[in-house]
Unconditional design. Structure first.
Length: 255
């Protein structure tokens, strides 16, 4: 059964932050981009997660060529034992040999990653990732799917582009920090994120765009996020949030 410890959250974020620090010390920081994060994440998961690892896996249920792919997908192959049919009565008695086989792989973890810089806004992209992660499901398997968002960058960039970036909520209200009630900063604490239940027009527009871009006609009332890991070095930091659908998940038409 999938558990958070499968991917070693605390060690994963520490490894990513230290890798970024190393790249900076080697003078390669200017070469970093969002794709660069795939290297340390892949190396860590391939070495520590005892699961099959695929990159750039198409989201299930989307039209072919939709261009939406999951950064990382961890799968578990479940072994089964097939016993051959009994030998004919005339044949000498023999102990049937067990034949190893596998069932189709269960998706147990999916991860979206984002490398934050000071060159542009990342607000809508984070909303997009969260909507995709809350929505994604692999049908036909009994094992639950754990969904993750990992965000890393220079501390100043994380502050300016994620934790202090603001949104106009609408109705003449003052601007507010966009992710204060979406991406928590305390490990282990869940935040309930309002989507269809969101009354502030500035936020509803962002959720609506993400859902419509994905081709959805309905969206959830809300979902939960939980910070499971934070790693930092002198100059960089990395956060890992788990995205969870709420119990008795309900949907409403997108408006």
């Amino acid at each position: 059964m999938a558990t958070e410890s499968d991917i070693h959250p605390g060690d994963l974020v520490s490894a990513v932050a230290h890798w970024l620090e190393l790249e900076q010390l080697f003078g390669r920081e200017r070469l970093l981009n969002e794709s660069s994060l795939k290297l340390p994440i892949h190396q860590f998961l391939a070495s520590n997660a005892k699961l099959d690892l695929d990159l750039e896996v198409p989201y299930p249920g989307l039209p072919s060529g939709a261009g939406q792919a999951i950064d990382f997908c961890l799968k578990r192959w479940k072994a089964i034992t097939a016993t051959p049919a009994a030998a004919p009565a005339a044949a000498p008695a023999a102990t049937p040999a067990a034949t190893p086989a596998t069932t189709p792989a269960a998706w147990v973890h999916v991860i979206e990653s984002k490398f934050v810089t000071d060159k542009r806004s990342f607000q809508q992209e984070v909303f997009d990732d969260l909507v995709r992660l809350e929505w994604v499901e692999k049908s036909g398997q009994s094992e639950p799917l754990c969904r993750w968002l990992i965000v890393a960058g220079r501390k100043a960039h994380m502050k300016n582009r994620i934790f202090s970036v603001q949104t106009n909520p609408g109705s003449g209200s003052q601007r507010v920090n966009t992710f204060d009630h979406i991406l928590g900063k305390t490990i282990g604490v869940k935040l309930n994120v309002r989507v269809a239940d969101e009354t502030r027009s500035g936020f509803r527009m962002k959720w609506s765009k993400s859902a419509k871009d994905l081709g959805l006609k309905k969206w959830p009332l809300s979902f939960d996020t939980k910070l499971c890991g934070k790693g930092e070095t002198t100059n960089f930091e990395c956060y890992l949030w788990r995205v969870l659908s709420v119990a008795n998940r309900a949907l409403k038409d997108i408006t």
